[in-house]
Design a protein around this ligand. Structure first.
Ligand SMILES: [Zn+2]
Ligand SMILES: [Zn+2]
Length: 268
Protein backbone atom coordinates (compact mmCIF):
# COMPACT_ATOMS: atom_id res chain seq x y z
CA UNK A 1 0.00 0.00 0.00
CA UNK A 2 1.26 3.43 -0.99
CA UNK A 3 -0.04 6.98 -0.74
CA UNK A 4 0.77 9.88 -3.02
CA UNK A 5 0.59 12.71 -0.48
CA UNK A 6 0.82 15.50 -3.06
CA UNK A 7 -0.23 15.41 -6.70
CA UNK A 8 -1.81 17.70 -9.27
CA UNK A 9 -3.92 15.38 -11.42
CA UNK A 10 -6.66 17.93 -12.08
CA UNK A 11 -4.38 19.81 -14.49
CA UNK A 12 -4.79 19.78 -18.24
CA UNK A 13 -1.78 17.46 -18.61
CA UNK A 14 -4.14 14.72 -17.43
CA UNK A 15 -7.28 15.71 -19.34
CA UNK A 16 -6.67 13.06 -21.98
CA UNK A 17 -6.20 10.05 -19.71
CA UNK A 18 -7.13 10.87 -16.10
CA UNK A 19 -9.20 7.70 -15.63
CA UNK A 20 -6.26 5.58 -16.77
CA UNK A 21 -3.82 7.49 -14.57
CA UNK A 22 -5.97 6.86 -11.49
CA UNK A 23 -6.40 3.22 -12.50
CA UNK A 24 -2.66 2.74 -12.98
CA UNK A 25 -2.06 4.23 -9.55
CA UNK A 26 -4.48 1.75 -7.98
CA UNK A 27 -2.83 -1.13 -9.81
CA UNK A 28 0.54 0.04 -8.46
CA UNK A 29 -0.87 -0.13 -4.91
CA UNK A 30 -1.58 3.57 -4.40
CA UNK A 31 -4.54 3.53 -2.02
CA UNK A 32 -4.94 7.28 -1.59
CA UNK A 33 -3.93 10.45 -3.41
CA UNK A 34 -4.09 14.02 -2.20
CA UNK A 35 -4.75 16.30 -5.15
CA UNK A 36 -3.60 19.85 -4.48
CA UNK A 37 -5.55 22.62 -6.14
CA UNK A 38 -3.51 25.50 -7.49
CA UNK A 39 -4.07 28.46 -9.77
CA UNK A 40 -6.05 31.64 -9.82
CA UNK A 41 -8.50 31.73 -6.89
CA UNK A 42 -10.82 33.97 -8.93
CA UNK A 43 -11.16 31.29 -11.62
CA UNK A 44 -12.59 27.76 -11.61
CA UNK A 45 -9.16 26.21 -11.03
CA UNK A 46 -9.92 25.13 -7.48
CA UNK A 47 -13.41 23.91 -8.28
CA UNK A 48 -11.78 21.60 -10.82
CA UNK A 49 -9.38 20.21 -8.21
CA UNK A 50 -12.23 19.42 -5.82
CA UNK A 51 -14.31 17.91 -8.62
CA UNK A 52 -11.53 15.41 -9.39
CA UNK A 53 -11.46 14.35 -5.74
CA UNK A 54 -15.22 13.98 -5.69
CA UNK A 55 -15.14 11.86 -8.82
CA UNK A 56 -12.64 9.23 -7.67
CA UNK A 57 -12.76 7.11 -4.57
CA UNK A 58 -9.83 7.72 -2.21
CA UNK A 59 -8.68 10.80 -4.09
CA UNK A 60 -8.78 13.77 -1.72
CA UNK A 61 -8.23 17.46 -2.27
CA UNK A 62 -6.54 20.45 -0.71
CA UNK A 63 -7.40 24.06 -1.49
CA UNK A 64 -5.20 27.05 -0.74
CA UNK A 65 -3.40 29.74 -2.67
CA UNK A 66 0.16 28.95 -3.77
CA UNK A 67 2.78 31.59 -2.90
CA UNK A 68 3.14 32.29 -6.63
CA UNK A 69 -0.44 33.57 -6.61
CA UNK A 70 -0.40 35.28 -3.22
CA UNK A 71 -1.00 38.64 -4.91
CA UNK A 72 -4.41 37.31 -6.03
CA UNK A 73 -5.54 36.48 -2.50
CA UNK A 74 -8.30 38.69 -1.18
CA UNK A 75 -11.57 38.38 0.73
CA UNK A 76 -13.46 37.04 -2.29
CA UNK A 77 -10.78 34.44 -3.00
CA UNK A 78 -10.85 33.34 0.60
CA UNK A 79 -14.62 32.99 0.64
CA UNK A 80 -14.51 30.97 -2.57
CA UNK A 81 -12.00 28.53 -1.06
CA UNK A 82 -13.87 28.30 2.24
CA UNK A 83 -16.98 27.31 0.27
CA UNK A 84 -15.05 24.62 -1.61
CA UNK A 85 -13.50 23.36 1.62
CA UNK A 86 -16.98 22.30 2.74
CA UNK A 87 -16.67 19.27 0.47
CA UNK A 88 -16.14 16.05 2.42
CA UNK A 89 -13.21 15.29 0.14
CA UNK A 90 -11.26 18.44 1.07
CA UNK A 91 -8.94 17.37 3.90
CA UNK A 92 -6.24 20.06 3.89
CA UNK A 93 -5.49 23.71 3.14
CA UNK A 94 -2.63 24.30 0.71
CA UNK A 95 -0.29 24.51 -0.82
CA UNK A 96 0.67 27.69 0.97
CA UNK A 97 4.02 29.15 1.91
CA UNK A 98 6.87 31.15 0.46
CA UNK A 99 8.64 30.93 -2.89
CA UNK A 100 11.49 33.41 -3.11
CA UNK A 101 13.07 31.55 -6.03
CA UNK A 102 10.47 32.53 -8.63
CA UNK A 103 9.09 35.45 -6.61
CA UNK A 104 5.92 35.67 -8.73
CA UNK A 105 4.34 37.63 -5.87
CA UNK A 106 6.18 40.25 -3.77
CA UNK A 107 7.80 38.75 -0.67
CA UNK A 108 5.89 40.86 1.85
CA UNK A 109 2.60 39.87 0.19
CA UNK A 110 3.64 36.21 0.30
CA UNK A 111 4.37 36.46 4.02
CA UNK A 112 1.07 38.18 4.84
CA UNK A 113 -1.00 35.78 2.76
CA UNK A 114 0.86 32.81 4.23
CA UNK A 115 -0.01 33.85 7.79
CA UNK A 116 -3.55 34.73 6.85
CA UNK A 117 -4.15 31.32 5.25
CA UNK A 118 -2.65 29.49 8.23
CA UNK A 119 -5.20 31.24 10.44
CA UNK A 120 -8.06 30.44 8.08
CA UNK A 121 -7.03 26.77 7.96
CA UNK A 122 -6.84 26.68 11.72
CA UNK A 123 -10.36 28.06 11.99
CA UNK A 124 -11.56 25.37 9.60
CA UNK A 125 -9.53 22.73 11.46
CA UNK A 126 -7.75 21.72 8.25
CA UNK A 127 -4.04 20.76 8.35
CA UNK A 128 -1.82 22.83 6.09
CA UNK A 129 0.37 21.78 3.15
CA UNK A 130 3.52 23.89 2.95
CA UNK A 131 5.56 24.90 -0.09
CA UNK A 132 8.92 26.58 0.56
CA UNK A 133 11.63 27.50 -1.89
CA UNK A 134 14.67 29.64 -1.07
CA UNK A 135 12.80 30.89 1.99
CA UNK A 136 13.48 28.20 4.55
CA UNK A 137 14.37 30.37 7.54
CA UNK A 138 11.28 32.51 7.19
CA UNK A 139 9.08 29.49 6.55
CA UNK A 140 10.26 27.87 9.78
CA UNK A 141 9.91 31.16 11.65
CA UNK A 142 6.32 31.71 10.53
CA UNK A 143 5.29 28.10 11.12
CA UNK A 144 6.87 28.02 14.57
CA UNK A 145 5.16 31.29 15.38
CA UNK A 146 1.73 30.27 14.10
CA UNK A 147 1.58 26.53 14.75
CA UNK A 148 3.55 25.55 17.82
CA UNK A 149 0.98 26.30 20.51
CA UNK A 150 -1.94 23.90 20.26
CA UNK A 151 -1.10 20.92 18.09
CA UNK A 152 -2.18 22.53 14.84
CA UNK A 153 0.15 21.13 12.18
CA UNK A 154 0.84 20.29 8.60
CA UNK A 155 3.01 18.69 5.98
CA UNK A 156 6.20 20.10 4.50
CA UNK A 157 5.80 19.07 0.89
CA UNK A 158 8.60 18.38 -1.59
CA UNK A 159 11.17 18.83 1.12
CA UNK A 160 14.14 20.81 -0.15
CA UNK A 161 15.71 22.22 2.98
CA UNK A 162 18.53 21.34 5.35
CA UNK A 163 18.53 18.58 7.98
CA UNK A 164 18.13 21.36 10.56
CA UNK A 165 14.97 22.60 8.86
CA UNK A 166 13.54 19.09 8.91
CA UNK A 167 14.35 18.81 12.64
CA UNK A 168 12.77 22.19 13.38
CA UNK A 169 9.56 21.28 11.59
CA UNK A 170 9.29 17.81 13.10
CA UNK A 171 9.65 19.44 16.50
CA UNK A 172 6.38 21.33 15.92
CA UNK A 173 4.62 18.19 14.71
CA UNK A 174 5.05 18.45 10.96
CA UNK A 175 5.44 15.50 8.64
CA UNK A 176 8.15 15.68 5.98
CA UNK A 177 7.27 14.63 2.45
CA UNK A 178 9.84 13.76 -0.19
CA UNK A 179 9.19 13.92 -3.92
CA UNK A 180 10.92 12.34 -6.92
CA UNK A 181 13.76 14.85 -6.85
CA UNK A 182 15.30 12.95 -3.92
CA UNK A 183 16.23 10.32 -6.53
CA UNK A 184 18.09 12.79 -8.75
CA UNK A 185 21.80 12.22 -9.13
CA UNK A 186 22.88 15.59 -7.76
CA UNK A 187 20.43 15.68 -4.85
CA UNK A 188 22.88 14.70 -2.11
CA UNK A 189 21.52 17.52 0.03
CA UNK A 190 18.01 16.02 -0.07
CA UNK A 191 19.33 12.58 0.83
CA UNK A 192 21.23 14.11 3.73
CA UNK A 193 17.96 15.64 4.97
CA UNK A 194 16.04 12.40 4.41
CA UNK A 195 18.45 10.57 6.70
CA UNK A 196 17.33 12.62 9.71
CA UNK A 197 13.63 11.94 9.12
CA UNK A 198 12.43 8.88 11.03
CA UNK A 199 9.89 6.58 9.38
CA UNK A 200 7.07 7.82 11.59
CA UNK A 201 7.46 11.38 10.28
CA UNK A 202 7.90 10.47 6.62
CA UNK A 203 5.57 10.86 3.65
CA UNK A 204 6.16 10.41 -0.05
CA UNK A 205 4.64 12.20 -3.01
CA UNK A 206 4.98 12.67 -6.73
CA UNK A 207 4.10 16.40 -7.07
CA UNK A 208 3.09 15.19 -10.54
CA UNK A 209 3.16 16.20 -13.34
CA UNK A 210 6.53 17.57 -12.17
CA UNK A 211 9.67 16.03 -10.61
CA UNK A 212 9.44 12.61 -12.24
CA UNK A 213 11.66 10.17 -10.31
CA UNK A 214 14.49 8.19 -11.83
CA UNK A 215 14.18 6.07 -14.05
CA UNK A 216 11.44 8.08 -15.77
CA UNK A 217 12.97 11.51 -15.36
CA UNK A 218 11.97 13.72 -18.30
CA UNK A 219 8.58 12.05 -18.78
CA UNK A 220 5.30 13.29 -17.34
CA UNK A 221 5.05 12.21 -13.73
CA UNK A 222 1.97 10.43 -12.35
CA UNK A 223 0.87 8.95 -8.99
CA UNK A 224 1.83 5.35 -9.87
CA UNK A 225 5.48 6.48 -10.01
CA UNK A 226 5.48 7.16 -6.26
CA UNK A 227 6.69 3.59 -5.87
CA UNK A 228 10.09 4.54 -7.33
CA UNK A 229 10.60 7.19 -4.68
CA UNK A 230 9.49 4.69 -2.01
CA UNK A 231 11.98 2.12 -3.29
CA UNK A 232 14.72 4.72 -3.43
CA UNK A 233 14.11 5.77 0.19
CA UNK A 234 13.94 2.13 1.27
CA UNK A 235 17.44 1.64 -0.14
CA UNK A 236 18.62 4.86 1.52
CA UNK A 237 17.26 3.72 4.89
CA UNK A 238 18.60 0.23 4.35
CA UNK A 239 15.15 -1.29 4.70
CA UNK A 240 12.63 -2.75 2.25
CA UNK A 241 9.96 -1.25 0.04
CA UNK A 242 7.19 -2.86 2.06
CA UNK A 243 8.32 -1.10 5.23
CA UNK A 244 8.53 2.35 3.65
CA UNK A 245 5.23 1.82 1.84
CA UNK A 246 3.26 0.67 4.85
CA UNK A 247 4.74 3.19 7.28
CA UNK A 248 4.16 6.20 5.01
CA UNK A 249 0.65 5.01 4.25
CA UNK A 250 -0.14 4.66 7.94
CA UNK A 251 1.35 8.09 8.67
CA UNK A 252 -0.93 9.66 6.07
CA UNK A 253 -4.06 7.87 7.26
CA UNK A 254 -3.34 8.68 10.91
CA UNK A 255 -2.51 12.30 10.19
CA UNK A 256 -5.78 12.89 8.34
CA UNK A 257 -7.81 10.45 10.44
CA UNK A 258 -8.87 8.61 7.33
CA UNK A 259 -10.41 5.19 7.12
CA UNK A 260 -10.11 3.82 3.62
CA UNK A 261 -12.36 0.87 4.26
CA UNK A 262 -15.27 3.26 4.12
CA UNK A 263 -16.27 4.53 0.70
CA UNK A 264 -16.00 8.08 1.79
CA UNK A 265 -14.02 9.73 4.50
CA UNK A 266 -14.92 8.82 8.03
CA UNK A 267 -13.61 10.73 11.01
CA UNK A 268 -12.40 8.22 13.56
ZN1 LIG B 1 4.92 23.04 -4.20
ZN1 LIG C 1 2.50 21.00 -5.66
Amino acid sequence: MLVDSHCHIDGEQFDGDRDEVVERAREAGVVAMLNIGTGDPRSDDFRRAVAVAEKYENVYAAVGVHPHDAKLYDDAAEQHLIELAKSEKVIAWGEIGLDYYYEHSPRDVQRDVFRRQIRTARELDLPIIIHSRDADDETVEILTDECSCDGFRGIMHCFGGTPQMAEDLMKIGFLISFAGNVTFKKADNLREAARVVPLDKLLIETDCPFLTPVPFRGKRNEPSFVIYTAQFLADLYDTDLETVASRTTQNFLDFFKLDLTAETRVRR
